[in-house]
Design a protein around this ligand. Sequence first.
Ligand SMILES: [Zn+2]
Length: 446
Amino acid sequence: MSRDINNKFWDEELETLPREELEKRQLADLQEIVKFAYENAPYYKRSFDEAGVKPEDIKTLKDIQKFPFINKRTQRDTQGVGSFLGELAAVPEEDVVFISTSSGSTGVPTMSPFTKKDFDEFQDTESRWFWQIGMRPNDRYVHALNFSLYVGGPDVIGAQNLGALCIWGGTLPSERLLFVLKTYQPTVIWTSPSYAWQLGEKALKNGIDPKKDLNIKKIIVAGELGGSIDATRKAIEDIWGAEVYDFYGLSDIFGACAAMCEAKDGLHIAENHILVETIDIHTGEILEPGQVGELVFTTLRKHARPLIRFRTGDIGRIDNTKCSCGRTHGRIHILGRKDDMFIVSAVNVFPSDIEAVIREQDGITGEYLIRIFERDFTNKYAVEIEKNADNPKSDDEVAAEVTAALKARIGVKPARVVVHPDGGLDTRSEHKSRRVIDERTLDYSI
Ligand SMILES: [Zn+2]
């Protein structure tokens, strides 16, 4: 490979395009993909006709606002209708080389098809993110993500295409993974933030000091919000003596659509592949860059199943200002899933805000469980935590401290804080942890 390993960019021209030029390319691709979708995907033909819009209506990027939204339900309802790939697909099955499916955690699993070109461009994007965090051909990389059906599995090919030595870890039991880390001394690993943290703790308990006995320099995290919560990222960095970078993916598009750079101030999104809009979660009104709302993505180059104005269900904001790293592609800041947000005394509360407080607090382990419930038709929340074994304070004192910290950060205090001893909470599951229990019986969906 002739690529200069000292160049900080994987594709310098693309990553540093002046915004005017980037938007010009987005417009050309948008016009092409909307026309392709209209002519080849039965759903778009029908929905554009019903909305009275045509591909030729797209003269500027803003014209996308005339087109109807789709969401997860659109995918579910059209999947398998008319053909195996369904009515959102725009190519025949023989052009498709790969499908992934979502975990189905919010309903029926939805599949995402790729043509050969879609798949190659997906992997080139993954190589770009790996390069962006400093992975180079002399790195040894453990891909500790599920390979079965999950879109994040094949991202490992992006690391191989970059030239790194790749170890396909998958979802190994932690003892086995620690053996791999100790024996092969890899330098980069990708896993979920809660698992990165728990794996570090487990190593320490097994007499392995990740800082001295292992060689991990960089940890990529995704799948949960932790990597974008400063306190959580620092807690993982402290255990491992490594840099932590957050990646953001959507099973409907790519394994990672956006990734942190060395500035760790939001995640650069591949704007050559995705046109980002932010909308008001209640009214659907278009917001300005910088305003917090639901992120809406239009895929610009994925031909197997184009997504035109897909409501992601993720709440965040986009920042299009130039980053200190020199990249011109916008950065997204994710606050949480719309479904996870709850309202207490007119305040929008995200579990990620609660996590940030818990992880910053001294004298507690950082494990937590949130319960959302109602009393007199009003939302309340309770937080359960674990006190460190060597913390001399009483449970009441610890609960009072945590309550005050939550009130200061979020604006509304919890109905109660329950203090458990170290290890008393059953939240240390491998990979994705379940930390929010919704006990409400009324329908609060927005
Ligand atoms: Zn940057």
